[in-house]
Design a protein around this ligand. Structure first.
Ligand SMILES: [Zn+2]
Length: 294
């Protein structure tokens, strides 16, 4: 009798375990087929087993990285199967709905200054386009920004999330503004951007930049209406050593305009995610710049 009951219990346990295995495998299958994978492994498994779909089938991918405590920005999702340029543009497309056509002035500007568009923090307001045509348009955009004061120099304001990250960096290590004057080093007006441009370049240079014949000047000064400083997401700093650089990087600040030594851009994402987003790391005179793959 006892042996009979033991057999019954063993059979029941086997049936129960089989049911659990079947149920869990169907859940896995449903998750994969709905493109809601959550890790690198899941995404790669999906790509390797799903031979029936096209190679570039969209697969929303949440990078298996977590924000450090000092970064509160959400990490954007992307398709890891795309080449780096398309991958970068697909991320940018979340915040910049109209991607300019290749070869246009706007595309050149996106390549040079478009790194900020990988930030999808709802508290940050990105510009609707890469080129403001006049003072009025710039003021309208700037009037809607939530600004914060940076505790360096005089009159330095940035979008609050970026200002907080810079102030936090300053609690960890000493960092100064390039000139000390916030109206030039931090958020600029259209007129300041124009004045800086005229100091280094002319209308003729602007025409050459528009035609794609001149690009070096873009590392020195931004054409009128195109500076990251208009967006409240860039600051010019005196940074001398790798420890300062490391602290800024940990707080979401990176050098994204190749050759522009004092210029720092707030991206608000962990450094380890930049390669995944398609950015390229370029070393110029021992300074690492994270540039767009465009
Ligand atoms: Zn700058």
């Amino acid at each position: 009798m006892n042996r009979f009951f033991r057999k019954v219990i063993v059979i029941c346990a086997c049936i129960f375990l089989s049911a659990v295995i079947v149920a869990s495998s169907s859940i896995t299958h449903r998750t994969v087929s709905q493109n809601t994978v959550q890790s690198t492994e899941d995404c790669l498994i999906q790509a390797s087993i799903d031979t029936t779909s096209e190679p570039n089938k969209p697969c929303l991918y949440q990078p298996a990285i977590t924000n450090p405590d000092n970064l509160t920005n959400p990490i954007p999702t992307y398709n890891p199967n795309l080449p780096e340029k398309e991958r970068f543009l697909s991320i940018v497309n979340h915040t910049l709905p109209l991607i300019p056509d290749i070869g246009t002035f706007e595309y050149i500007l996106l390549r040079q200054y478009g790194a900020v568009f990988v930030n999808n923090n709802p508290l940050i307001k990105l510009p609707p386009k890469v080129l403001f045509t006049n003072t009025q348009e710039t003021k309208q955009y700037q009037a809607n920004l939530t600004m914060g004061k940076v505790n360096i120099g005089n009159n330095c304001y940035l979008q609050k999330v970026a200002a907080d990250a810079l102030n936090k960096s300053r609690t960890q290590i000493n960092i100064s503004l390039k000139s000390g004057n916030g109206a030039g080093d931090c958020t600029r007006s259209y007129d300041t951007n124009l004045r800086f441009w005229r100091k280094y370049a002319s209308n003729k240079t602007l025409e050459q930049v528009r035609q794609g014949k001149e690009t070096r000047i873009l590392s020195v000064v931004a054409p009128p209406g195109t500076s990251q400083h208009l967006w409240g997401l860039a600051v010019d700093l005196k940074v001398y050593n790798s420890k300062q650089r490391e602290v800024l990087n940990q707080n979401g600040w990176f050098q994204t305009v190749e050759g522009d030594v004092p210029h720092w851009t707030y991206l608000g994402v962990p450094e380890e995610s930049l390669t995944m987003f398609g950015f390229r790391k370029r070393l110029v005179k021992n300074i690492p710049y994270w540039v767009t793959p465009l």
